[in-house]
Design a protein around this ligand. Sequence first.
Ligand code: 3EB
Length: 343
Amino acid sequence: MLQLHYLPAGALAQAAPSASFPLFGVACFGPQTQGDMSPTAPPVAWVQLEPPAGEPALCEAWSTQGPLQRGQHGRVQWCGNAGLLFGAVQVHERALAQAETVPPLQEAARVAYAELFGALDGLGYPHLLRVWNHVPDINGMSHGLERYRLFNIGRQDAFLANGRNVVGASVPAASALGAAANAPLLVYCIASRQPAAAIENPRQLSAYDYPQDYGPRSPTFSRASLVSFGSQRLLFISGTASIVGHRTLHAGDVAEQTRETLRNIDAVLQQAQARGAAGMTLADLHYKVYVRHAADWPVIRAELQRAAGAAVRVIALQADVCRMDLLVEIEATGLQPTSQGTS
Ligand code: 3EB
């Protein structure tokens, strides 16, 4: 059983770590307010992003059944149970040994993923289900390329060097967002002992098939991943935007971009429903919304509430999105009980 809680940072200590569902991994947003956690605490990914004004600073807290094991493998902090692993890795571009020929962000992406794959293979959770990527100054330029494009080169190199496919059913779901220019590259993930099934969106070209207009190497992510875990079905819907085919639609119109994004999420959900997640609806999902301009949040929230209900569970963050003309990116997670089993 995997649970997802959206909690204020101050509530982490009391609320989630019940004896039966201890915390397994946490993402917190904003400036780091705690120092090193105790050795028994779960890994915490500190993402240097803020909520729009008036929104609470919530953490994304994952809990699951124990017994849990935790540790550090290279730069990777991890926590795992019988089936799943939460991992987080940070790489500072400026701390890398200067490779003369490779741009530091590209190298940071390669190193982060190489260390992640090393940890996953060493610990026996080889299947990457879901990845969150926070790329410092994602729309800035380095070495003549947009930094997101450099990140894509390093990520794809690491997938190939570590025996992973960069197209097809084993490609993980992901989100890719900006972070402060002085932040490290931060990658956190959920991995599994069992393979998941990637889901693509019939309205969109698979990102791994994007043409070269979007960079020399395609991004390595699927539109969603779906896996059975104990008595649950886990659905991880990737960061989703106003893209149809491979083109951005509705440049400059945040309400239309949000509606297009929600149509894309609904299309991915329909694919998941056809593959076993029958009955899962938009109202059942947990959302994270990345807003390029914080002032757009009320418009986006109204559209999300129209689609997913007024009580929608959501974390909103101001962040740069990986194409300059995208104003919003929305990801979603569904954790659906199935009828039998108790693990
Ligand atoms: C898109 O659909 C929007 O590079 O890992 C969304 C989710 C996006 C993940 C990634 C990029 C990524 O192309 C951008």
